[in-house]
Design a protein around this ligand. Sequence first.
Ligand SMILES: *Cc1c(COP(=O)(O)O)cnc(C)c1O
Length: 415
Amino acid sequence: MEFSHVRAVDEAVADALVGETDRQRNTLSMIASENHASRAVIEAQGSTLTNKYAEGYPGERYYAGCAYADAVEELAIERARELWGAEHVNVQPHSGSQANMAVYLAMLDPGDRILSLELEHGGHLSHGHPANFAGQLYEVEQYRVDPETGYLDYENLADIADEFDPDAIVSGFSAYPRQVDWERIDAVADAVDAYHIADIAHITGLVAAGVHPSPVGIADFVTGSTHKTIRAGRGGIIMCDAEHADAIDNAVFPGVQGGPLMHNIAGKAVGFGEALEPVFTEYAERVVANARALGGTLADHGLSLVSGGTDTHLVLVDLRDSHPDLSGGDAEAALEQTGIVLNANTVPGETRSPFDPSGIRAGTAALTTRGFDEDAMREVGDLIVRILDAPDDDAIIEAVADRVDELCAAHPLYD
Ligand SMILES: *Cc1c(COP(=O)(O)O)cnc(C)c1O
């Protein structure tokens, strides 16, 4: 990754691109929504398809010259259908948020009611936060996790649904470490005659590999991102039954988007192809085993995990019990000095602010891509605790940073 063509015309951007690549090589990416796409995916995303206009869908484009655009989009669709088993797939959403936006546009009218998980409890902005268009266009009510257990409170959801009478219930989350019982949420949606939209943005890869139950065939619509656990480069995806195919396709284009990002769709095709290999299932299993190893280590050191553990790629730590004086933001900043990159996160029953909350969230998708095993994850857990216990101790920060350098060198990236 020399970026020699960029360097020839633009030193400043080339410096940033090299800097970012080196940053990823020399730090531990533990942001739960991030991963390291393969060089093949990145090459496809950096291809000449960025030049191509292909408004419409394969075989019915509004522009000439779409033979190769059609080829990559058909491959992406075919592979996605094989990965997730959906009747209909749309691979054009520019991102996960656009995928959600298109489903709302297809199925709801302004003023309709959406019931979704509170952001503070692990939901997502695109599920109807007031700052998001969905919160402005639709009437939104929220459900919560059980503050004691950290698990989804399905009874609370059913009660609120009864009262609120939503047109759509959104499931699928950004900071929920446990398996989701899609059937149970679907039964609530059925009982109040609402659509069920399952947003699997974080766990697309875990669902594809069968290490997390799939909502496909249960929820009416399944939306997702393609760059998190599925590792197929930047983008979004929508899956549904054949009966909603036209409504979804029309909502994506021309409803909320113009020309598809064909270079990104090429990345999706390549990444989905990689995910169809048996080795991807092993990868997804290791992601979860690594998250359990990380969570176990943190818990052994006395940290409180929301829900007490994890079934997925992420752990959510509530710092209030073990480190009442340390905010999530301060923890994030101290860890970043050592090359451990994760994010501060709200926790259920948040008592600080969304800008400097009480928790940290850590994921294992990216480190597992680099070959980290459970022993290595346990060591990373130990390093995290050393910093949380002494966030201002320069000697400890230096020692941990040295060890992070060694771990990075032992797990090379983009060699
Ligand atoms: C990450 C995420 C998305 C998609 O985000 P984009 O940044 O728009 O791709 C959507 N929903 C959930 C639950 C997410 O975690």
